[in-house]
Design a protein around this ligand. Sequence first.
Ligand code: UTP
Length: 298
Amino acid sequence: MKKKVTKAIFPVAGLGTRFLPATKSVPKEIMTLVDRPLIQYAIDEARAAGIEDFIFVTSRGKTALEDYFDLAPDLESALEKSGKTALLDVLRTTNMDSGAIAYIRQHKPLGLGHAVSCASKLIGNEPFAVILPDDVIAAEKPCLQQMVEAYEETGGAMVAAMEVAPDKTSSYGVLDVNDKNGDAVVSINGMVEKPAPGTAPSNLAVIGRYILTPHVMQNFAHITKGAGGEVQLTDAIAAEISQGRDVFGYRFDGQRFDCGSKAGFLQATVAFALARDDLRDDLLSYLSDLNAADKAAQ
Ligand code: UTP
């Protein structure tokens, strides 16, 4: 019987250089879409998928992340005293049970694969999810939940996949797939991280949600630095395929925002604000004024 996926790794040890100078002192994952930090979206998605153990791979300068999930007794009692119960409820959505989160350190940013491998001892012999908090996915059913349901049918390893424009494939891990039918679950022949322009095996790109078998952890012992001089998670998963183990791509339902990039972050901010009843009308009217002024200036 397949084991349930109850553990998730959140690799948050990257340098976040694309958001300097902000990320000099603010972890990228604490940056907010409207009023919730990126990490909150990731945690909520994991909870919806049945995750019970949350493993953060952190680095120096990320203590704001640890504080974010701690209790805030002073703030709670101030809100209680002033009768701000709605805000108190919002605040309490950030509480995590003692012992539910483990923080481990990646001492050097040697790559996403290396960050995941740092959690190996905590994973033990269980299947696990990996969530990259800077990939935010707006979806009716949260993306990881969709994947867990599919994984319960397929077993093996599974990566979230999405079609990207052919000139963008060199920014992603790209899948070599069997079927071109557009099915949600696709079996994979191979995968390559950041293929040189014109060499991608398809335009089906891997984005930041994975369900992996504990065996993937063993592959880190054999793989060397890959694209960009980093230890790549893609290479450890590709090794599963060459060893004859099942790896599937999963075309999820939903819209993904690349919040690791400025343009993606701004688009997500607008999209999430427009989805909010308290902000939508004001923002729409501002955007349409802006659009009109832009047209008039041309
Ligand atoms: P990115 O490729 O977005 O790198 O990492 P980054 O350092 O966060 O940001 P830039 O490119 O310098 O702006 C994808 C994910 O992998 C994690 C990051 O924290 C992010 O969640 N990561 C990356 C690590 O945990 N460790 C690493 O060594 C590299």
